[in-house]
Design a protein around this ligand. Structure first.
Ligand code: NAP
Length: 259
């Protein structure tokens, strides 16, 4: 049976721009009450101004107390959560050595620590809302180690966390999905370098990922790649590694995703 979003409660982290903002708009339009979470309050209030069922909530996903306070608010106001979209994330820079350690650890703390903290804080609320969903915004970079090393490491971790939980939480009525977008043009990931290459036509829009979130929620998927053709590169990585690595070396995006 298809999962009906109308009247259900969602929490979207990283809702102040890009994929999270597009997802918040899309879920609100589908009839959900959406807690829009990020650090930039002005952006969240602007979003809520345009969508009456969007509830702005300022929180940093690296702050345990702030994440617990968010869960406490949802518990008090609704007693359950039906969809947690762990989307907050940063690209981080290149990893060249000691000078880059702080940036790498910060990237891991936001991208992995944030997902784990929020999932832990909402576990009982998701169980109360079952059948419920967790959608973790991983990446094709969580399947193929291309790009800044700490970023790829963070997304591999999100893929592993999601895959393991999708098995162990199924019996609680909670479907956990790893959602893996390819190149999407956003504030944090402007894709400037990619847009200068023949791969420019691969660069997608945040709304395509928001549509994929709706599909994942409706159909209870545990894995989704956007666009789906990236799955061919993942298959190549495992079926013909020498061919894949020859191509990957030429791509070398290890310098960072910030431009
Ligand atoms: N764009 C792509 O090509 C692409 C591809 C694959 C996966 N992804 C993933 O998609 C997700 C969204 O990225 P995006 O492309 O939409 O980038 P974006 O426009 O830069 O959005 C990132 C969001 O994360 C929030 N955020 C960052 N640090 C946070 C923190 N400590 N606490 C709470 N919120 C935080 C930001 O809000 P504030 O600054 O207001 O806190 C912002 O809303 C990320 O996890 C990213 O890794 C993106």
């Amino acid at each position: 049976m298809t999962w009906d979003p109308r009247g259900k409660v969602a929490v979207v982290t990283g809702a102040s721009s890009g994929i999270g903002e597009a997802t918040t708009r899309r879920l609100a339009a589908a009839g959900m009450t959406v807690y829009a979470v990020a650090r930039r309050t002005d952006r969240l209030e602007e979003l809520a101004g345009a969508h009456p069922t969007v509830v702005p909530h300022t929180a940093d996903v690296t702050d345990q107390d702030a994440v617990d306070a968010l869960a406490a608010r949802v518990r008090e106001e609704h007693g359950a959560c039906h969809a947690l979209i762990n989307n907050a994330g940063v690209g981080g820079g290149a990893f060249g050595g000691r000078d880059d350690l702080d940036d790498a650890l910060r990237t891991l703390d936001i991208n992995v620590g944030g997902v784990v903290r929020c999932t832990a804080a909402f576990a009982d609320l998701l169980e109360a809302g079952a059948p419920s969903r967790v959608v973790n915004m991983a990446s094709v970079a969580g399947k193929l180690g291309i790009g800044p090393a700490a970023y790829a490491a963070s997304k591999f971790a999100v893929v592993g966390f999601s895959e393991a939980l999708s098995l162990s939480w199924a019996s609680r009525g909670i479907t956990v999905c790893q959602l893996n977008p390819g190149f999407i043009e956003t504030e944090g990931f402007p894709q400037t370098q990619v847009k200068r290459t023949p791969m420019a036509r691969l660069v997608g829009r945040p709304e395509a990922v928001a549509d994929a979130v709706v599909d994942v929620l409706a159909n209870g998927r545990t894995e989704r790649t956007v666009p789906t053709f990236y799955r061919a590169f993942v298959a190549l990585r495992h079926l013909a590694p020498p061919l894949y690595f020859a191509a990957a070396k030429r791509l070398d995006r290890a310098g960072g995703t910030r431009d």
